[in-house]
Design a protein around this ligand. Structure first.
Ligand code: NAP
Length: 147
């Protein structure tokens, strides 16, 4: 039995590359996967591929820089699969490539938000759900007492 059997995982950046391959691997190993990215068609193809192979997958499109999207992904994992065990916050970008003097601040900030802030936002909503599933009740932080 795989360590991922009957687990529920969120995978961001699942519309291509590493995230796409990871979602298929996790599903093959027995996890139910919530796959996320901005491109709907690619996510639909991934869900179809997984479900046709006998796995369980659901997709949600959105931008990982959006806090509401991070929250919605966890809510979907709970609604569809009963909770959350694993998170692979993989979505990312190389950003605009160029010599530093030529890079716009807006481009830099977008890259930081996509690669770094998104992981914080996802973890902010994933951690309480994962700890609840694991039977752990953290104390001392007001925001966690809703667990
Ligand atoms: N491949 C490598 O050698 C390598 C090396 C080091 C680090 N990494 C990192 O590993 C991760 C995956 O790399 P990869 O090679 O698989 O890249 P990729 O094929 O370009 O995949 C990036 C994924 O992130 C998603 N994404 C990007 N911006 C997003 C946003 N704002 N909101 C939601 N989803 C977003 C993309 O989907 P949409 O465009 O559909 O939104 C796509 O699914 C990235 O974080 C990358 O920086 C890769």
């Amino acid at each position: 039995m795989s360590a991922l059997s009957n687990k529920v995982a969120i995978i961001t950046g699942a519309s291509s590359g590493i995230g796409y391959a990871t979602a298929k691997l996790f599903a093959r190993e027995g996890a139910s996967v919530v796959v996320a990215a901005r491109r709907q068609l690619e996510l639909d193809a991934l869900v179809k591929e997984i479900t046709q192979a006998g796995g369980h997958a659901v997709a949600l499109t959105g931008d990982v820089k959006d806090e509401a999207f991070a929250k919605a992904l966890v809510e979907l994992a709970i609604d569809r699969f009963g909770g959350l065990d694993v998170a692979f916050n993989n979505a990312g970008t190389m950003g605009d490539m160029g010599a530093t003097p030529d890079v716009l601040l807006s481009s830099w900030e977008d890259t930081i938000k996509t690669n770094l802030t998104s992981a914080f936002l996802c973890a902010k909503y994933q951690l309480p759900a994962m700890l609840k599933r694991a039977g752990v009740t953290p104390m001392g932080f007001n925001t966690w007492q809703a667990l």
